[in-house]
Structures are given as structure tokens and as C-alpha cells.
Design a protein around this ligand. Structure first.
Ligand code: ADP
Length: 686
């Protein structure tokens, strides 16, 4: 642009000088006219000159450059308006001010430093005759600095009477300069950023020569030469030697560069550092311009991840160990409890007991049941926490479950004179839940509503349809719970100060965990002295009752009067044998045979006509599962129904046993009436 403009200006100047020459000739003609010579040629010449001058002035006025001509006396002749505008002056002030020998205009060089008078381009050209092209200077006015690119050219005198002049053309490059400054600033910022991030970055061009790299990259590859001297060098020779598997990496890099697709992988360095390496090609207008590599030291992160994984594995193992421990503990505790509860139940129905003895028996039963409850709850909680507890969720008629639970707690409520009212909008509401667990939740809430209620209080259990959900409320007229404790009561083992009321603090935490497991929510609203409203919200099943025939309770079937059923009980613990013998004494038509080992049991099963086998799963010579397999493989025994008896209440174990083909699984300690019911049912079926 500068060269082009200068050429045009020079052409214009030559034309202008030619015009001047014509004026000179015209003057000569005028003189001859005055001396009486023909004036018509003179007139024509004058017209030509004027037209030519007008044309050139027009051209100069539309040029974007400012044009100034300096005379030898350093006086200037502005040749177009742009010359004034660049200095932000009108023509008069411009002529007054811009004398290059007087520093009355604050010029600065391209770096913004004040420009000495002798360094003014016009001054240099006058002094040395040098043509200057594209010198950048700034004009510091009142506002922002204007940047100008200046060209100067010495015009030699035309004849002896003429003087040297300097032609100046100026282009306003303020915008360009400002963009350049901004670019420089943003480059500097970018540089600072890429040097300060703890990630190595290197950019190479399509010839695999280094374009730039940052400080962390330089440190990562431990190259000794300074960054500056690496620019333009082959990248491969610097960073390949630091890879542990050089040849492999060289091939990999070649493949990546040939594909030109972003890649993230991991590489090992010679010093065992682990690096995450990312590759990005970079394009401008769809043309590949270079490659960006990013290196991140992930040695520590990986070690941490490995540590976390190990810790997780350990935790899983520990959890498993905890579960096994709890299962064993629960087994050990349940076995003696079976004897305590079983014999107490038998004692309870003895008519010979006097009142005092009856009270003692009831106390034994109460304590035993409390202990059993506690074992069950602790076991459940630990199984939920370790993620072992599995639910079998189905569609459940809520009104039936509520009725069932009310019936179970009614005796306890009656003892305190508490009334229980059921308020359901319709009997035909179904929720999506695990039946056993839902019953457990409601029983817990009802138990509490009785325990923490006042004498002759009230309990209302209701269900409210809330569209997708159904909310069940258990409201009581009891002690109430202070606001600050309303969250904590759902934490394990948290209890309010109620020394007179027995409890473990596990119930509500179980309620919470089970509700959440079933995809529900729960909460409490309570007022001290007025009562509490515990609610659980469960997913509602939107369907009608016809799809859900209510399961018929299988009533106890009558035993045939003519048949005697032979029941073989394989059990090593004498107390358990005695207990079952005592229980079955009360059932008509049952004969109990016992065996103390697996072998003994197998023999009895093969030789006697047995109708039902009760099999303890922990025997001294072999475990119950082995006994079962042997029974099934013996044609004489294969049709006999087998019921497992065990103190182990882990659901997975129960499921496994049922899957094997056992008819039922009875957990010790057992409830006597239920035990009889199961035995009768399986004998008769058989
Ligand atoms: P527990 O009843 O065995 O102590 P829970 O986990 O069932 O354990 O309850 C935790 C605590 O919450 C109880 O000790 C009691 O202080 C309080 N609580 C539970 N239900 C009620 C209720 N209906 N009214 C008043 N307080 C209650």
C-alpha cells in the first residue's frame, strides 16, 4: 500500500510539475501577448493548465493518504485535506503549527518514545536525501495516540532557480496499530497462561518442527537447551528419548500424526513417571497447520486411584467379613434363643402353672422376644449398609397390610387403652413395595406410636392418594418430638431421653433405610405434648383390584384321622429335639423320629416310611445341603418333602436353600403356632 501510494503521488507530482511548467510557459506567452503577439494560443494553454490542475487536485482530495510538500525553508504546502485531518487540525492552524523544525507537535516513535527533532523523517530526508518508506510514528494529541505510516521522498530542484523539496505521504494506521497492540497483549497473556499451568504443551508444525512449547513441557522432558533455541528444531529428537519404550512410542506418534485425529493415551517415561498425553491437530480454514501435544503428569493421580481401589477392595472384604461375622453371631445367638423361646412358649400353655410362674414365663418370653427383635434389626441394618439386602418389590394392597399390622399391635394398644383407627380413602389402593419390609415399617411406626403415646391415647393410620405416590400417615397423641431432634431420630441408635420406655434406637433408622430402598420418602411432623405424625410416601400402582387377586390365606388343613404321619427330625442339639418333640405332642397324628447326625438321618429316611423330614443345616458330620443331595439321589427318599431348620436368617442363604428344592425354610427361634402350621401343611400335601 505504501509503495503503491508513493508511486501514485510521485506520478501526481510529476504531473503537477508539468502543470507548473505549463504555467511558466503561459506566463511567457502572456508576456508576448503584452508585447502585442497572438493571444488565442495563450488562452488555450491557460485553460489546459487550469483543467489539468483541477483534475489533479480532485485526485489528491479523494486519496485516503495525507500528502504534504515541504519547501526547502521547511515551509509546508498541504496538498490535500487528509493532511490536516490526520493532525486533527484545520488548514490555518495546520500551516501555523506544523513546522518540522519546531517541536510543537508531540511525535513518538513506534514504541511510544518521544521522537527527537533530528529523527523526524522529513528532517532526515532533507539532510541525507534518503527516501523513507513506511516509518511508523505516533501523534500524541489530547485524545488517544494516532498512528501514522510515513513515506518521504526528496524532490530534486528542476532548474537552477528551483529548490529541493520533500514530498510526504501519510497513511493513518491507528486501527491497525491498535489491533497489533491488542494482539501483542493477548499473546503475552496467552504465553503467561500456558507457562503457568502445570501441564506441558508443545506445538509443532506440519514438518514436525517446534513452533512453541511452554515451561512445564520443557521441564517434563528435561531438555537442557533453553526454550528459545528449541524453536524451529525437530521435536522428535527432543522428547522421544525420554519415553521408556522409545521405538513403540515413535511408531505410535507416527500413527497419530498420520491420522490427524484427537487422541488421549498414557505413556511411561524413562524415570517411571506416568504421563497422560493428548493430541489435537489444528486447522485454519480446513488446512492442517500443525499439531498440539499436551502432557500431564498423572503419576500421583494413578497411585492415588490404585490406593482408592485397594481401599475399596479392602472395604468390600471387610464388609463381607462383617456380614459373615454378623450372620455367625446371629446364628450363635438364635440357637440358644430357640430353646428359651420354644420352651417358654410350651410352658406358657401349661395349665398347671400358678400365677407367679406364669408371670415369670411371660417375662422370659418378653425378654427373649426383645432380644430376638434386636438381633433381627441389627442384622437387617448391617445388610442394608453393606448392600446385601435384596427386596422383592410387587404391587401390594395397602389396606390389607394396614389391617394386618393393626391386628398384630392391637393387644399392646389395648393394654394402654389406646384406640387405633384406620382411615383409607378407598380399599383399592396399591403401592409398589416389598410386602415383608412394608409390614416391618408399619409395625415399627405403630409400635412407636403405642410406646410413646399417653394412656388412653389415640392412633390414626391413614393413606392419602397423591397421584404418583401414596402417603401413609401414622398419627399419635403422644409425647411429641422436639424440632431439633426430628432428623436425628432416624439415625441408628439415637434415642430421646425416655428412661422409662424401652428401646434400642434402631427401629426408625431401619424404617428410613427400607423406605428409601423401596424408592420412597419419609418424614415426621411433631409437636411436643400434642403428638407426632410419621409418614412414608411410596410409589403408587395405578391399576384396579381385578388385576390383584388377594392371596388367600391358606388355612390350617385338617389332619386325616386315620393316618399317622412320621416326621424325621435330623438335629444334633438335644434341646431342639426335645422342644420339637414337646410341640408335636400337642398335634394329633404326628410321630416324631429323631437322628443326631446326617448319616443316621439318611439311614432312617431310607428304612422307615417317612412323610416329612425336618433337617437342621448344621450337623456334626456333614452339612444339611449334603444330606439333602444324598436324600434326593436315593430313590427311596427322593419324594419326601424336606424342611430346613436353621438359626441362619440371611436372605441369600434362604433363597439358595429354597432353590435347591427344600419345601420351606424355618428360622430358629420359631414361633410355635406358625411352626405347627407349616408342618401340618407339608404333611397333608404329601
Ligand atoms: P426406639 O423406639 O427403639 O428407641 P426408634 O428408632 O424407633 O428406636 O426411635 C428413635 C427415637 O425416636 C425413640 O427413642 C424416641 O425417642 C423417638 N420416637 C420414635 N417414635 C416416636 C413417637 N411416635 N413419638 C415420640 N417419640 C418417638
Amino acid at each position: 500500500m505504501g509503495h503503491f501510494a508513493l508511486t501514485i503521488i510521485l506520478l501526481l507530482m510529476i504531473a503537477l510539475m508539468a502543470a507548473c511548467y505549463k504555467i511558466y510557459k503561459m506566463k511567457a506567452l502572456l508576456a508576448s501577448y503584452r508585447s502585442g503577439i497572438d493571444i488565442s494560443e495563450l488562452k488555450r494553454t491557460k485553460e489546459i493548465v487550469e483543467n489539468s490542475e483541477k483534475r489533479y487536485k480532485n485526485i489528491l482530495s479523494v486519496m485516503p493518504e495525507g500528502v504534504i510538500l515541504y519547501g526547502a525553508d521547511h515551509k509546508k504546502i498541504a496538498l490535500n485535506e487528509n493532511a490536516y485531518k490526520m493532525f486533527n487540525l484545520d488548514s490555518e492552524t495546520f500551516h501555523e503549527k506544523l513546522n518540522i523544525l519546531e517541536p510543537n507537535f508531540p511525535f513518538v516513535d513506534s514504541k511510544g518514545n518521544p521522537l527527537a527533532l533530528e529523527d523526524y523523517p522529513v528532517a532526515i530526508t532533507f539532510k541525507t536525501g534518503e527516501t523513507i518508506i513506511g516509518r511508523v510514528i505516533g501523534i500524541k494529541g489530547t485524545g488517544k495516540t494516532r498512528w501514522i505510516s510515513i513515506n518521504t521522498k526528496l524532490l530534486e530542484p528542476m532548474d537552477a532557480a528551483d529548490v529541493p523539496q520533500v514530498l510526504v505521504t501519510m497513511t493513518d494506521i491507528t486501527e491497525q496499530k491498535e489491533t497489533e497492540i491488542k494482539l501483542r497483549e493477548s499473546n503475552a497473556l496467552l504465553r503467561t497462561i500456558i507457562d503457568s499451568i502445570p501441564i506441558g504443551i508443545i506445538v509443532i508444525n506440519t514438518d514436525r518442527k517446534i513452533v512453541t512449547l511452554n515451561q512445564p513441557c520443557h521441564e517434563l522432558f528435561r531438555v537442557e537447551e533453553p526454550i528459545k533455541s528449541l524453536i524451529g528444531q525437530s521435536a522428535d529428537k527432543y522428547y522421544h528419548p525420554f519415553y521408556k519404550y522409545i521405538e513403540e512410542e515413535r511408531e505410535k506418534v507416527n500413527r497419530i500424526l498420520a491420522n490427524n485425529r484427537p487422541v488421549v493415551d498414557e505413556v511411561e517415561m524413562l524415570n517411571n513417571q506416568l504421563i497422560q498425553r493428548s493430541y489435537f491437530p489444528f486447522y485454519i480454514d480446513e488446512e492442517l497447520k500443525g499439531h498440539l501435544w499436551v502432557f500431564e503428569d498423572i503419576t500421583e493421580r494413578k497411585a492415588m486411584e490404585r490406593g482408592i481401589l485397594r481401599a475399596k477392595e479392602d472395604a468390600v472384604k471387610a464388609n463381607m467379613a462383617k456380614s459373615v461375622f454378623l450372620a455367625n453371631m446371629s446364628h450363635e445367638l438364635r440357637t440358644p434363643l430357640n430353646a428359651i423361646l420354644g420352651f417358654s412358649q410350651l410352658l406358657e400353655i401349661q395349665e398347671t402353672l400358678n400365677e407367679k410362674e406364669s408371670i415369670f414365663v411371660r417375662e422370659i418370653l418378653k425378654g427373649g422376644r426383645h432380644l430376638l427383635n434386636l438381633i433381627n434389626e441389627v442384622l437387617d441394618l448391617s445388610r442394608i449398609e453393606s448392600g446385601i439386602l435384596k427386596l422383592s418389590v410387587e404391587s401390594i394392597k395397602i389396606a390389607s397390610v394396614i389391617d394386618e399390622c393393626i391386628n398384630l399391635v392391637r393387644p399392646a394398644a389395648d393394654r394402654k387403652g389406646i384406640t387405633i383407627t384406620k382411615k383409607v380413602e378407598t380399599e383399592n389402593e396399591y403401592v409398589c413395595a416389598d410386602q415383608v419390609r412394608l409390614r416391618q415399617i408399619l409395625l415399627n411406626l405403630l409400635d412407636n406410636a403405642i410406646k410413646y403415646n399417653r394412656e388412653n391415647g389415640e392412633i390414626i393410620i391413614s393413606s392419602v392418594n397423591e397421584g404418583e405416590f401414596l402417603t401413609i400417615h401414622v398419627r399419635d397423641t403422644g409425647l411429641g418430638i422436639p424440632p431439633e431432634a426430628q432428623e436425628e431420630i432416624f439415625e441408628p441408635f439415637y434415642r430421646l431421653e425416655n428412661p422409662s420406655i424401652e428401646g434400642t434406637g434402631i427401629g426408625l433408622s431401619l424404617v428410613k433405610q427400607l423406605t428409601i430402598l423401596m424408592g420412597g420418602k419419609l418424614g415426621v411432623e411433631s409437636q411436643i405434648g400434642v403428638g407426632s405424625d410419621f409418614w412414608i410416601r411410596l410409589p403408587r400402582v395405578q391399576t384396579n383390584e381385578a388385576d390383584h387377586p388377594v392371596a388367600l390365606e391358606k388355612n390350617e388343613m385338617p389332619i386325616s384321622e386315620h393316618k399317622e404321619y412320621k416326621i424325621l427330625y435330623i438335629e444334633d442339639q438335644l434341646s431342639n429335639q426335645l422342644l420339637v418333640a414337646e410341640i408335636l405332642k400337642n398335634v394329633q397324628g404326628m410321630k416324631l423320629l429323631t437322628a443326631r447326625t446326617g448319616m443316621e438321618g439318611l439311614r432312617a429316611a431310607a428304612n422307615q416310611k417317612i412323610d416329612l423330614i425336618l433337617l437342621d443345616l448344621h450337623l456334626p458330620d456333614m452339612n444339611g445341603e449334603e444330606v439333602f443331595e444324598k436324600l434326593k439321589s436315593n430313590p427311596q427318599c427322593t419324594g419326601i418333602p424336606v424342611i430346613a431348620l436353621s438359626a441362619n436368617a440371611m436372605k441369600e442363604d434362604i433363597d439358595r436353600i429354597i432353590k435347591m428344592g427344600f419345601k420351606e425354610y424355618i428360622t430358629k427361634p420359631f414361633d410355635v403356632p406358625t411352626f405347627i402350621k407349616v408342618i401340618v401343611k407339608n404333611c397333608v400335601k404329601h
